[in-house]
Design a protein around this ligand. Structure first.
Ligand code: SF4
Ligand code: SF4
Length: 384
């Protein structure tokens, strides 16, 4: 049963990818806040409060439907702590009814077997938990020691995919904990990622030598697509405190919807553009997505970078893929691309006729409308 659910999910992901490649006129990812309140109080966090009520379910459903009308591919619930919303299951179901991929970012504290089974039944696709340390400290209680039982329950009961994010940055006292957390995630069969903590404005704090070395060790845990995705230029530049040259597509390909229903660029650029979602149009998407953002060179918000990479792949597939493969090989000469990468390499780097034929087949197979217009949206990654 679990295998079947996963197979269907891979099919929907392939559809999302095809749609993202076909046109730039819809959001790839929207992060939406069902509740600002959190049951923890991490000292580095500026995204929670202690007392606000959940957004009424009728309002949330309207917002999810509006994101569906805009053609949003992935809708992520974050917060605050989204599992504090009493009708989160209903919200997840509505995301799926709109044909989008449903994901949540949680601190995991409220996960018990019964809740995990309810999330399965609602149709959740992905869950991400960020774990900051092994033992709780003053800065954060998102700790492996506290959460390990929850992780075991997830391994046992969850039908959805799970990613454990460990973090490095100035607020994390013991950088070596990140390796232990990533290793535990891999042991339980989860994906693991490592994030670099941003400051209050989403910007970079340079990593120390020890932190960089832990980062390299975590990369070494991955053998397949994991290490491939994590060795993108964006993370590499951030670790070395080098600026990224890229176009941030926030406001277009990525949206952040706050508890008041306003569209913002991201969690760290609230107030821009600050337009109510119900009035946000395709013209707004195209205009705001295309605007240059002065905060881009040292931005650490990885989910926005990931949407930008999809756009890079859409506008310059050959260069994007060749660059990624080249960087990976520079790091490890014996590296052999995993099957999905080999397929992309064959399609995009060997023969443009093959690419065209496969592109047409994919559009038909996934019932994605062919592109009506090609919009500029290139996002190039390099160091200055
Ligand atoms: S658990 Fe998440 S939302 Fe809550 S305080 Fe910590 S980082 Fe912020
Ligand atoms: S570059 Fe984009 S994602 Fe990063 S902080 Fe600025 S607006 Fe947010």
């Amino acid at each position: 049963m679990r295998a079947l659910v996963k197979m269907r999910r891979r099919w929907r992901e392939a559809r999302m990818f095809t749609k993202a490649m076909a046109s730039a006129d819809h959001p790839i990812l929207a992060q939406i806040i069902p509740i600002r309140r959190c049951n923890l109080a991490c000292t580095y966090c500026n995204e929670f409060d202690k007392d606000s009520p959940p957004v009424p379910v009728s309002e949330m459903l309207r917002r999810i439907d509006r994101l569906g009308e805009l053609g949003t591919s992935i809708i992520t619930f974050s917060g605050g702590e989204p599992t504090l919303h009493p009708q989160l299951d209903t919200l997840i179901r509505r995301v799926r009814d709109n044909g989008a991929i449903a994901t949540i970012i949680t601190n995991g504290y409220l996960l018990v077997p019964e809740r995990i089974k309810r999330l399965n039944a609602a149709g959740l696709d992905y869950l991400q938990i960020s774990i900051d340390n092994v033992q709780p400290d003053d800065a954060s209680k998102k700790s492996l020691r506290v959460l390990d039982r929850k992780l075991q329950w997830l391994a046992e009961y969850a039908d959805f995919d799970i990613t454990i994010n460990s973090v490095l940055g100035s607020a994390i006292r013991k950088p070596e904990d990140a390796y232990q957390i990533a290793a535990r995630a891999r042991e339980l069969g989860f994906q693991s990622t490592v994030g670099i903590l941003h400051d209050d404005s989403g910007q970079l704090s340079p990593l120390s030598e020890t932190q960089s070395s832990v980062y390299e060790q975590i990369l070494g845990l991955g053998k397949g697509l994991f290490s491939f995705t994590h060795h993108d230029a964006f993370q590499g530049n951030i670790v070395r405190a080098l600026p990224n040259q890229w176009h941030c597509p926030a406001g277009g390909r990525f949206l952040y919807i706050c508890e008041d229903g306003l569209v913002h660029y991201c969690s760290q650029r609230r107030g821009y553009p600050g337009i109510p979602l119900e009035h946000y149009t395709r013209e707004d998407l195209m205009r705001e997505g295309a605007k240059p953002k002065g905060c881009a060179p040292f931005c650490t918000i990885s989910c926005v970078h990931q949407t930008a990479m999809l756009d890079e792949f859409r506008t310059r597939p050959r260069e994007a893929l060749a660059g990624i493969i080249e960087r990976r090989k520079e790091r490890d000469a014996s590296w052999k691309p995993p099957l999905p990468v080999r397929s992309l390499e064959w399609m995009f780097l060997r023969d443009s006729r093959v690419r065209d034929v496969f592109g047409t087949i994919a559009l038909r197979l996934f019932r994605v409308a062919p592109p009506e217009r090609q919009v500029r949206g290139s996002s190039r990654y390099s160091t200055e």
